[in-house]
Design a protein. Sequence first.
Length: 177
Amino acid sequence: MAKLTNRTIAVLATNGFEDSELTSPVEAVTQEGATVRYITPGGETIEGKNGTKIEADLSTADAKAQDFDSLILPGGTGNADKLRLDKPAVEFVKDIFADSKPVGVICHGGWILTDADVVKGRTLTSFPSLQTDLRNAGATWVDEECHVDNGLVSSRTPDDLPAFNAKIVEEFAEGEH
């Protein structure tokens, strides 16, 4: 049996996501049997920086943490900046963390974590330009290919995707932390 059979993974994104930071982790978790549902601010179809189109399954306003086992937050500067301004998206992330569900975040995807106020006392990595924001929100920032902190898996750039994908599968399989 695949490691993620019977698991439902939320992918929270909007226009301007970094294509590989969404498609590669989704491929990794679906190969292990997970069901992926795409959540966007308006429930609309979105497009990545390099043209990948993703049809949404539901809007951030309709997303409920209890319906998901884990969360993937891809990067892309525009994607990350827009998501952190969407109040239902921020609340969804808060609820995922409140339920101690594993989260995979890469590159600029970590910006929403500062607005959700869920990084205080946590250690994570990101694209280097986010380190000040993460530190100001109470996190310890490290420059590592992939870092895991109690179910929070973080990586810096698309170059880190092999390590990131392996770790999200492992942490998502473990379940709540």
